[in-house]
Design a protein around this ligand. Structure first.
Ligand SMILES: CC(C)(COP(=O)(O)OP(=O)(O)OC[C@H]1O[C@@H](n2cnc3c(N)ncnc32)[C@H](O)[C@@H]1OP(=O)(O)O)[C@@H](O)C(=O)NCCC(=O)NCCS
Length: 146
């Protein structure tokens, strides 16, 4: 499975560039808005999916949730050219495996409305509507027991 932890400076540059391109740039958000204060915490785990040509075509991260045993998935993004080819499924399998290794028993995430069906296919259930990002992207809190 071509899912890896970013290691090199080039990996990290590509990792954040993809986050920005997929999750921020289409809504005219400023450079830097793709980064979170807890990205550098030792308890945050990052994953990337590498395409056969070596480029980074998918990213995701896992961080502690708000209660013991809970993790949160954030910043899940697949390059447009690779969407619908199983990259997101592989990234989530990796994240869930990592979460189990960390002893977590539940994952939560805030899904964009357009991605709710994707997460439902992977066993996540909608808990309730959550925030609206940039004033236009409705999100839903979703949860899965591991
Ligand atoms: C949503 C996203 C992460 C899914 O990743 P992906 O690599 O395209 O998804 P996969 O190819 O692994 O799809 C897995 C399954 O979910 C389905 N699926 C994927 N995206 C879907 C969507 N938006 N709606 C409904 N079903 C979807 C696929 O058909 C596939 O089903 P199958 O296994 O039964 O054939 C990706 O499309 C993406 O980055 N979108 C834009 C950014 C985004 O919305 N990120 C999530 C923020 S919360």
């Amino acid at each position: 499975m071509p899912v890896e932890t970013p290691h090199t400076a080039a990996d990290w540059t590509a990792y954040y560039r993809l986050r920005f391109a997929v999750l921020r740039q289409p809504w005219q958000q400023p450079a830097g808005s793709e980064r979170a204060p807890d990205d550098d915490q030792p308890t945050t785990t990052h994953a990337l999916w590498r395409a056969p040509d070596g480029s980074v075509a998918g990213v995701a991260r896992l961080s502690p949730g708000s209660t013991p045993g809970q993790g949160q998935v954030r910043y899940m993004a697949v390059a447009p050219a690779w969407q619908g080819h199983g990259v997101g499924r592989q990234l989530m399998a990796h994240i869930e495996g990592t979460a189990r290794q960390q002893g977590l028993t539940e994952l939560v995430l805030h899904s964009r409305e357009s991605a709710v069906d994707f997460y439902q296919r992977l066993g996540y259930a909608v808990v309730e509507p959550s925030h609206t990002l940039f004033g236009v992207i409705p999100h839903f809190l979703m949860r899965k027991q591991l």
